[in-house]
Each structure stands twice: as C-alpha cells, then as structure tokens.
Design a binder for this molecule. Sequence first.
Ligand code: NDP
Length: 240
Amino acid sequence: MAKPLVVITGASSGIGAATAQAFAAEGYPQLLLARRIDRMKALGLPNAMCRVVDVRDREAIANAVKDAEEKYGPADCLFNNAGIARLGDITKQDPAEWDEMIDINVNGVMNGVHAVMDGMVKRRHGTIVQMSSIAGRKVYPDHTVYCGTKYFVHGLSDSLREHLAPHDVRVIVISPGIIETEVLDHVTDKTTLANYRAAKVKIGGGISADHVAQSILFAYKLPQNVLIQEICITPTRQGY
Ligand code: NDP
C-alpha cells in the first residue's frame, strides 16, 4: 500500500534534513520546505517535492501543502520543525533578533498547524510533530527569548493535543537537548557562543540529528491509537 504524505518544515539542514532522510528510507513521499532549495535538492530523496517556503508566510505553506496533496494524497504527518536560535544576553541583544525568533518559532509553527489541521480533523487521521526543545521545559543562560518561543510550543501543543485527541489526531512534542547541527551558526553574541561551546565540550559534545529523526519515525509509525506525547532526547551527559 502506498505510504501517506509527510510534510517537513526546515528540511534543508540539521534535524529536518535527517528526518527527511529517515522517512525517505521507509518509502514515504514528502513535501520538504525551507528557504535553501539547493540543500533540499542535494539530499537527492525520491518522491520528494522541494519548495522554497518561508514559514512566516502562512499562504505559501498552505499552497505548498495543497500542491503536494494533489500529487501524493492527503498529508498524514507534519514535522513542524523550522526554527532559529539567536541566543544572547537580553540586556544587550538587538530586539530585531527577538522579533525574528518570535516570527519564525512561534508564528511559523502556527502557520504549519494551520496548513494541515482541518484536513486531518476531517479525515480523523494525522500526526503533528512539534519541534520544541529541552529549553521549552526549563530555562538556560542567554536563552531568554528562545526559551519563550519554545515554552510557547509546549503550551500550544498541550492544548492542541487535548483539542485534537477526540478527532484521533496525534500531537507529539519533541524536546531535544544539544544536537550537532548548524543551529548556532548565526549567534552574534560572542560571549554567549563561547559559553555554550564550553558547556558542550564539557559533556562530550552533542548527539547526531539522526537519533532525533529515528525517534520521530518510531513515534509516528506506532498505531494511530497510540500516542507518545513528548520525546525529550539529550546526550546522556547533558544532566541539565
Ligand atoms: P538548523 O539550523 O540546521 O536547521 C534549521 C532549519 O530551519 C533549516 O532547514 C532552515 O532552513 C529552517 N528555517 C529557519 N528559518 C526558516 C524560515 N523562516 N522559513 C523556513 N525554514 C526556516 O538547526 P536544527 O536542525 O538544530 O534546528 C531545527 C529545529 O530544532 C529548530 O526549531 C531548533 O530550535 C530545534 N532544536 C535544535 C536543537 C539543537 O541542539 N540543534 C535542540 C533543540 C531544538 P533555511 O535556512 O534553508 O530556510
């Protein structure tokens, strides 16, 4: 039987790209969304529609999902993953960095939900995997606004889960610790970055994005009446 459509935002690198590879290996058709289309195409995945979409553009996500559904059938899984981390000392940080995080990590996540939720409710089938962070469960130094956005994802997802459960739609929150990706490449606060890197070295480094991808795949493949509500996955030595 043909497998259903999986939609991944932020599929051009890191955890999104690793998850796209994991689902492709199991034969799922996919809609891959991000701004860097070359990186998505370079993954060379079969049955993958790659589209340049900024998650801040609600209409663009909805249109891309509609196009992919015409080709592959209804979206059964959304990995709402796109996000940025502009960590920094809030007393010195440019508020433009706050806005960017809120627009992408909060409004971008809402736009993803908006694109798939109605269809899933009508079909009484579907799974929304929400990318939060361990920083959506507790606070860390210089993560102030980033934590705020990820606490939002937790709160939103708990409420969404309660609302969608009677419609048999699953909401899974994924809360990783330190994962080796490009997520901190754009941090402008040098002290923050140095402290983060030192903390990471102290625990022996982050873990591979593929471990996160495999956890998502495992949770998704469980029967529709089985829900792992949250996956909190960290390096073993990250005891904080
Ligand atoms: P990466 O920087 O490697 O990936 C981020 C992805 O998000 C890229 O594909 C990027 O694509 C996409 N993205 C960013 N902004 C936008 C936008 N406006 N529109 C569309 N896509 C966008 O980092 P990660 O893989 O680590 O990050 C993925 C998620 O995981 C984030 O939500 C992050 O907060 C979360 N996370 C990461 C952790 C870690 O330690 N790495 C820990 C906990 C959570 P492009 O630039 O091409 O648009």
